[in-house]
Ligand binder design. Structure first.
Ligand SMILES: NC(=O)c1ccc[n+]([C@@H]2O[C@H](COP(=O)([O-])OP(=O)(O)OC[C@H]3O[C@@H](n4cnc5c(N)ncnc54)[C@H](O)[C@@H]3O)[C@@H](O)[C@H]2O)c1
Ligand SMILES: N[C@H](CO)Cc1c[nH]c[nH+]1
Ligand SMILES: [Zn+2]
Length: 429
């Protein structure tokens, strides 16, 4: 963990290095992913069998090794302990209600010259949903992927999720049942993303791949963009907590560790205006790590990527936060709205002392699939729109063409494209 004083002479240099270090664009990861993608494109299912054995310890032989059936999902759902079943259902209901608000409107209007102009939204035909499953299981990510896709009206939804050592997770299966998913492939990592994008004998290709994952999954999506649509690069989790001294240090320490426990390459950062509070949070993190069952991963993340920054006044936190453009930003201060009004780059923001980031991971409603690695500068969380595309349309009657056609002819000639000019001119005669 790095403990930084924003007033120190070398602060800018150190902070700039932290900002530059995306953690997920390691050259080795890029090279290994490129190899995996080429192998899956060339050798299809055979490559999936080999990689799934190598990385997940799962042998893909008969149909049941490849795929989880809808009946298995229903059975897992029905067998679930009622409190958990209700929790999943509540999460699903809240996620659906939030995402239904994102459905876009078509447009269709006639302008001043009588030209009809508009756009129409339609869902993609098939979406591949990546549900991580290497170190932990993510039923919540299944819901976060599948529900917006369903709301968008996508007909075919294909889930890919690793089943390490052949074990399936009952909650993931139950979530699939709740979300109405009936195609689940037991493959993970870059090879799963490649299979969805290129297609193999067993797995038909999709039009869009969405969802979060570790560095290999995120890099595979990045490299395959163009072959297939993607939502964004959603890699190892991050949290930036901006907190004043009126917080309970234990709460803030738990918030930092909540994202550190995802992955050794996750990043947790605290910015505060109080040195004493910063030291108390540092101690609380160390104390909590002693009893955290996921301490191995969380400690690795905190030691390698954790940062505490002490600024002179809270307002100084905002420009630093903008440069970090973190996946999650908690504003644990008396007036979070004032900081939010000035903050420009964040995947998702959590207001006040009683909105821990983890409530957004599971149950609040907005999507938890969010851009990482400073990509909140230009990308947004997963939404219904990631499963849709917009087609514009133009209907020029003879009157409208006569009104603006000559200008188009002039522009076509100026561009040196006479066939363009002629296709308009012929209709103007
Ligand atoms: N940004 C977001 O919105 C968001 C949301 C949820 C989770 N996450 C992140 O998802 C990730 C989940 O990671 P996970 O590992 O538990 O599951 P995962 O499913 O993302 O990754 C597991 C797969 O990684 C591949 N892999 C592992 N080591 C490899 C290696 N050395 N070379 C090539 N491939 C390798 C394997 O194929 C394995 O199946 C975490 O980083 C978590 O922070 C991000
Ligand atoms: N924090 C993750 C996004 O970075 C989402 C998640 C799912 N389960 C727990 N957390
Ligand atoms: Zn989380």
């Amino acid at each position: 963990m790095q403990f930084l004083d924003a007033a120190a002479a070398d602060f800018e240099q150190v902070f700039a290095r932290i900002v530059r270090n995306n953690r997920d664009n390691d050259a080795d990861v890029g090279r290994d992913v490129a190899t995996i993608l080429n192998e899956v494109r060339a050798r299809g299912d055979d490559a999936l069998v080999e990689y799934t054995m190598r990385f997940d310890g799962h042998r893909l032989t008969d149909d049941g090794d490849w795929r989880i059936s809808a009946e298995q999902c229903r059975a897992a759902h029905d067998a679930l302990e009622p409190t958990l079943r209700d929790a999943l259902q509540l999460a699903a209901d809240r996620i659906r209600a939030y995402h239904e608000q994102q459905l876009p409107q078509d447009s269709d209007r006639t302008d001043g010259i009588g030209m009809r102009l508009g756009s129409r939204w339609l869902p993609v035909d098939a979406a591949g949903l990546y549900v991580p499953g290497g170190r932990a299981s993510y039923p919540s990510s299944l819901l976060m992927n599948a529900i917006p896709a369903k709301v968008a009206g996508v007909k075919r939804l294909a889930v890919a999720t690793p089943t390490p050592k052949g074990g399936t997770n009952a909650l993931v299966l139950a979530a699939a049942h709740i979300a109405g998913i009936d195609e689940i492939w037991r493959v993970g990592g870059a090879q799963a993303v490649a299979a969805l994008a290129y297609g193999t004998k067993r797995i038909a290709k999709v039009d869009v791949v969405t969802g979060p994952g570790n560095a290999w999954v995120a890099e595979a999506k990045r490299q395959l963009y163009g072959v297939v649509g993607i939502d964004m690069v959603a890699g190892p989790s991050e949290i930036l907590v901006i907190a004043d001294a009126d917080n309970d240090p234990e709460w803030i320490a738990a918030d930092l560790l909540s994202q550190a426990e995802h992955d050794p390459t996750s990043q947790s950062i605290l910015i505060t205006d109080d040195l004493g509070f910063a030291r108390m949070v540092e101690d609380a993190v160390d104390l909590q790590l002693m009893s955290l069952p996921t301490a191995k991963v969380a400690r690795a993340s905190w030691e390698a990527h954790g940062v505490i920054i002490v600024v002179e006044r809270m307002a100084d936190a905002v420009p630093l936060a903008d440069r970090l453009a973190a996946e999650h930003v908690e504003l644990a201060v008396a007036d979070p709205q004032a900081l939010f009004d000035r903050l420009r780059h964040a995947g998702s923001v959590f207001f006040g002392r009683t909105t821990p980031e983890a409530v957004g991971d599971y149950i609040a409603g907005p999507n938890h699939v969010l851009p990482t690695g400073r990509r909140a500068r230009f990308a947004s969380g997963l939404s219904v729109l990631d499963f849709m595309k917009r087609t514009s349309f133009i209907d020029a009657g003879p009157g409208a063409l006569a009104a603006i056609g000559p200008a188009a002819v002039a522009l076509a000639e100026a561009e040196g494209l006479p066939a363009h000019a002629r296709s308009i001119e012929l209709r103007l005669k």
